[in-house]
Design a protein. Structure first.
Length: 272
């Protein structure tokens, strides 16, 4: 144990002993919150010689449970996933992983940020990778099919398409497919998070984007994604580069922090 920790412990024990010695002379405080959030009465005792007017205890604040990932049955398709936003929030982000991936593993890396920013719907690919029951899937390179699947997943989640369109966040091949979807339907998919696609992002296809986050792991294709931002800036497309520290392709590091930056930056011009 470190020295400063040892002296802090002694100080806390001394304070606790002093409280115990004077407890009978001190009016009882109102209820406090225990670990479960339920009211816990104080151990202090009110002396009969000094009656104190009773006061209604304050209601404990509701504790927010951790964000959860919900599975969605999508008619005619594999299941999708959703992290719900807080009540009244507008969900406007769709996540698409890469080749032979599983969306759950990625969404699990930033559920609190997903909830904070209105919620995220995540899709698995439409084609199985290996055995049909392996749990790993890939997206076919068919933007029209993926658009249809995105809209079906949103409908299954009970999420309407926002008036100002959706944000597509894609990793690896999911990023390249998101780019193709934006190029064909720029008003439906005006904002993008492109994470380490297998080929350079094409600025001409992204020239109508309202915002592009270019992202990579620090041990992946950082030069490609930094160059993409410079090329987009030359076309006056709002773009920013964000880096996840210490990870390689296909992984996510510090997901809550980095995705909070990404979504926050993209939301700078969204109506509140």
């Amino acid at each position: 144990m470190r020295a400063h920790g040892f002296w802090l412990m002694l100080a806390l024990v001394a304070c606790r002993d002093a409280e115990a010695r004077h407890a009978e002379d001190v009016p009882a405080p109102g209820p406090r919150l225990g670990p479960s959030g339920a009211g816990v009465s104080s151990a202090a005792h009110v002396s009969s010689a000094a009656p104190v007017a009773s006061a209604a205890p304050e209601a404990p604040e509701a504790l927010e449970l951790p964000a959860s990932i919900e599975e969605l049955a999508v008619p005619g398709d594999v299941r999708a996933l959703v992290v719900r936003g807080r009540p009244g929030a507008e969900t406007h982000t769709v996540f698409m992983p890469g080749l032979c991936s599983n969306a759950y593993g990625y969404l699990y890396s930033f559920p609190e940020t997903a909830r904070l920013h209105g919620g995220v719907v995540a899709l698995d690919g439409d084609a199985p990778c290996g055995a049909a029951d392996s749990g790993f899937r890939s997206f076919s390179w068919n933007p029209a099919l993926q658009k249809k699947r995105v809209l079906a997943a949103l409908a299954a989640a009970g999420v309407p398409v926002p008036d100002d369109g959706l944000t597509l966040a894609g990793y690896s091949s999911g990023a390249s497919i998101a780019e193709l979807m934006h190029a064909q339907w720029p008003d439906l998919f005006p904002r993008l998070v492109l994470i380490a696609p297998p080929v350079d992002p094409e600025p001409y296809r992204l020239r109508t984007a309202r915002g592009v986050v270019s992202m990579a792991c620090s041990l992946d294709v950082t030069s490609r994604m930094k160059l993409a931002v410079r090329r987009l800036a030359a076309l006056s497309v709002p773009a920013i580069y964000l880096e996840m520290p210490g990870c390689t392709h296909g992984n996510i590091a510090e997901g809550e922090r980095v995705f909070d930056q990404a979504f926050g930056w993209l939301e700078r011009d969204r109506p509140r």
